[in-house]
Write a protein that binds this ligand. Structure first.
Ligand code: HEC
Length: 137
């Protein structure tokens, strides 16, 4: 039953996704800003990833709650990095890093849970490596 319903619905969903836009709809204006686009080179963005990550680790080692600010910086850098590629896995890793860093900021500032912070730092480090293994040459 569900399968039949799904098959009947699929063409509607697919067609719905490809509806042409009306002319002029994409024009940027204050009420209709353009899609976000990073302006700095990715290598520079990555140097900042490194700096923020080092700062974050140093802050956590000192159990300093201001390390939360480095976590937020890292989350925002990942948020920008997301737009450096349209590849699904690239965006998944950037998104994972953004979310882990945002959770980390709250874990440090609000919960002051430095054990959990250590786990989240490891998750962030894993996403650096996973993305680099695939995309950094
Ligand atoms: C979603 C993908 C992705 C994630 C996540 C990511 N990177 Fe990168 N990184 C890249 C790519 C692609 C390059 C190659 C950059 C280039 O030359 O355009 C790179 C390059 C670098 C470089 C070399 C920059 C240079 O000067 O050439 C450093 C350092 C770096 N990353 C640090 C990090 C750190 C630290 C993290 C995690 C906290 C991280 N990156 C997470 C994709 C990623």
């Amino acid at each position: 039953m569900c399968l039949i319903f799904g098959a009947a619905l699929a063409p509607v969903v697919i067609l719905g996704g490809f509806q042409p836009r009306a002319a002029g709809q994409d024009a940027a204006s204050p009420g209709n800003p353009p899609a976000f686009r990073p302006i700095s080179p990715r290598a520079t963005l990555m140097e900042w990833h490194s700096q923020a990550f080092d700062e974050l680790n140093a802050g956590i080692a000192r159990k300093n709650v201001d390390a939360a600010d480095s976590a937020w910086l890292l989350a925002e850098l990942a948020n920008v990095n997301y737009f450096h590629s349209e590849k699904i896995d690239y965006r998944a890793w950037a998104g994972e890093m953004r979310d882990a860093a945002a959770e980390l900021a709250n874990t440090i500032r609000k919960k002051r849970d430095f054990n959990r912070a250590g786990e989240l730092v490891k998750r962030i480090k894993d996403t650096c490596k996973q993305c680099h293994d695939m995309y950094k040459f």
